[in-house]
Design a protein around this ligand. Structure first.
Ligand SMILES: NC(=O)c1ccc[n+]([C@@H]2O[C@H](COP(=O)([O-])OP(=O)(O)OC[C@H]3O[C@@H](n4cnc5c(N)ncnc54)[C@H](O)[C@@H]3O)[C@@H](O)[C@H]2O)c1
Length: 432
């Protein structure tokens, strides 16, 4: 693999430094003649005395300090303009898989250089590779010089400043994560929930921090940055005894639930409501250790056993912490494509003061038009496109600058969310 590290100096700073140096030499030269007669100034074959040398040094020091001030005042923009190399692992099927959608967005990001794609299934054991994947791969190899391989081990050690975006199947993530670390990944964007169990995710975290240069790990919990959640939280600040309810809906038909339970056998909380649990961890300081009680709303909950798997078709529960913070999570597999953040006044039993929808009516209209133009694409890529873009933009910037990534979930948040999912599932199973 070729190294693709780019210059860290943006043109404005180089220009500034050049002008300062030019100024410094003009000052030194001018000073060599200042206060002397024409005769004096030409009398010595070595016109630069120790005084002039000192002035030169001082001016250069001034240039360096001015450059530093420029960078700091510019908000660390030097780092922000470095190009981040990206290896995408788990591209999957064009228009259907999360990895593919991330790749299409990464290819449009100016400060990103996609260097390789690892596709373990289609370039591995799959005997019947869909033509959509083969065409997509040959286009990118030919037009963008992107290397496609079946395994991380087929790649050379990663160049500096390489981020791995890992969007393989959840059960495959722990092993791929370890392989990415071994190749030198210094930042990993891991699709949620990151691993099937808390134990595996904790091990991944320990591996990442045990490296000589620790690897930063962020999770693709898009509701942490989504518009409707942010608006609801901001609005709730002005409501008396506000209580937030996060409602996550899917559009399965009842007849499709057997297949849904089987495909998402990790259960509704780990698979679907995990986004809302990550919100509780990130913004309400909810952890298994801080939970005081979990109260189920039986009128909005249903536990079913389908195809030998026991799970919820819908569930609603309120979590209260020892410190008194509280929020409600409601998930329904069969309630349509619109999710909500409801702000209630007067506590959990109070009335909804305002409801924030995702998508809004206008967003729905826009998505409908996009679906008409491209009927094969997964609808949630379109409705959540801005969130996915914002997550990657924040992570890439944080990695390049060495700053934090705002509200993007870290692996610590992901571990707590997964712990909470396991804990709450047990509690709800007992209560229903
Ligand atoms: N943040 C979100 O909103 C969001 C949404 C959807 C999925 N995800 C996450 O993204 C990750 C990938 O999900 P996805 O829906 O894109 O998965 P996917 O199954 O479509 O693709 C993931 C990988 O699975 C492999 N694969 C594909 N077909 C296979 C088969 N028949 N047998 C074995 N392996 C096969 C491929 O290597 C592919 O790259 C998961 O961790 C998921 O939880 C996140």
């Amino acid at each position: 693999m070729h190294s693709t590290q780019h210059s860290t100096q943006p043109p404005t700073i180089l220009l500034f430094q050049f002008l300062c140096l030019l100024l410094s030499s003009l000052v030194s030269t001018a000073h060599a003649g200042w206060g002397k007669s024409k005769v004096e100034s030409h009398s010595s074959p070595y016109p630069l005395t120790s005084e002039h040398f000192l002035i030169g040094i001082l001016t250069s020091a001034l240039v360096c300090v001015a450059s530093l001030v420029w960078m700091v005042v510019g908000g660390g923009k030097v780092g922000g303009r470095r190009k981040v190399n990206v290896v995408l692992v788990g591209c999957g099927m064009p228009k259907k898989s999360m990895g593919w959608y991330h790749l299409t967005q990464l290819l449009k990001m100016k400060n990103v250089n996609v260097i390789a794609v690892v596709e373990p299934f289609f370039l591995g054991i799959c005997t019947d590779v869909p033509p959509q994947f083969s065409t997509f791969m040959s286009d990118l190899s030919k037009n963008r010089g992107i290397k496609f391989v079946k395994s991380i081990s087929d790649l050379d050690d990663f160049p500096p400043l390489t981020m791995v975006l890992l969007a393989a199947r959840t059960s495959d993530n722990p092993l791929l994560f370890e392989q990415a670390l071994d190749k030198g990944a210094k930042c990993i964007y891991l699709e949620k929930p990151g691993a099937p169990t808390v134990k595996e995710l904790e091990r991944m975290k320990n591996l990442a921090i045990s490296r000589t240069v620790p690897c930063r790990v962020f999770l693709g919990y898009n509701k942490n940055v989504t518009r409707y959640v942010k608006e609801a939280m901001e609005f709730s600040a002005g409501v008396e005894s506000a209580h937030l309810e996060f409602v996550h809906n899917n559009a399965y038909k009842k007849s499709e639930l057997v297949e849904c339970f089987t495909r998402n056998s990790e259960g509704m909380l780990k698979n679907m409501a995990i986004h809302e649990l990550a919100l509780l961890v990130s913004f309400f300081d909810v952890r298994v250790d801080t939970v005081f009680k979990i109260t189920v709303d039986k009128s909005k909950s249903e536990k079913l056993t389908l195809g030998g798997i026991t799970d919820f078709s819908k569930v609603s529960f309120q979590v209260t912490t020892l410190a008194g913070a509280s929020a409600t999570v409601t998930a329904d597999r069969c309630a349509g494509t619109v999710s909500f953040a409801n702000v209630k006044g007067g506590g959990a039993e109070g009335k909804i003061v305002k409801s924030f929808a995702c998508p809004t009516a206008e967003e729905t209209a826009k998505v409908e038009a996009q679906k008409k133009a491209d009927p094969e694409i997964m609808e949630y890529f379109l409705t959540q496109s801005d969130d996915y873009d914002m997550l990657k933009t924040n992570v890439v910037r944080a990695f390049a600058d060495g700053t934090d990534a705002g509200d993007v979930a870290t692996i610590d948040v992901a571990i707590e969310a997964l712990k909470l999912a396991e804990f709450a599932t047990k509690s709800l199973m007992r209560q229903l």
